[in-house]
Design a protein around this ligand. Sequence first.
Ligand code: GSH
Length: 83
Amino acid sequence: MDYNLALYYFDQCPYCQIVLRKIKALDLKSIELRNTMQNPEHAQKLVSDTGRRTVPCLYINGKPMFESADIAAWLEKNKDDIK
Ligand SMILES: N[C@@H](CCC(=O)N[C@@H](CS)C(=O)NCC(=O)O)C(=O)O
């Protein structure tokens, strides 16, 4: 299965860094990075979709997943299906 992935994050968030480190370690290139500090539209989209502004949040085919540990585990598990 092919996944459409977008990560809502900002650099100063240590939980986001856990996910960003995992993305780097697995050399995943196709995840769109949506910085909620730099782009208010990303922050607004996250709030309007989920009612929360918590990052990190990984959209998997449009469905939001919160929790850095869960996101990192999902990436590890599905890495072969992510380009
Ligand atoms: N348990 C969460 C913690 C995430 C978290 O606390 N993120 C902070 C930024 S470092 C945040 O977005 N806080 C704002 C909020 O939750 O509204 C995880 O591991 O992903």
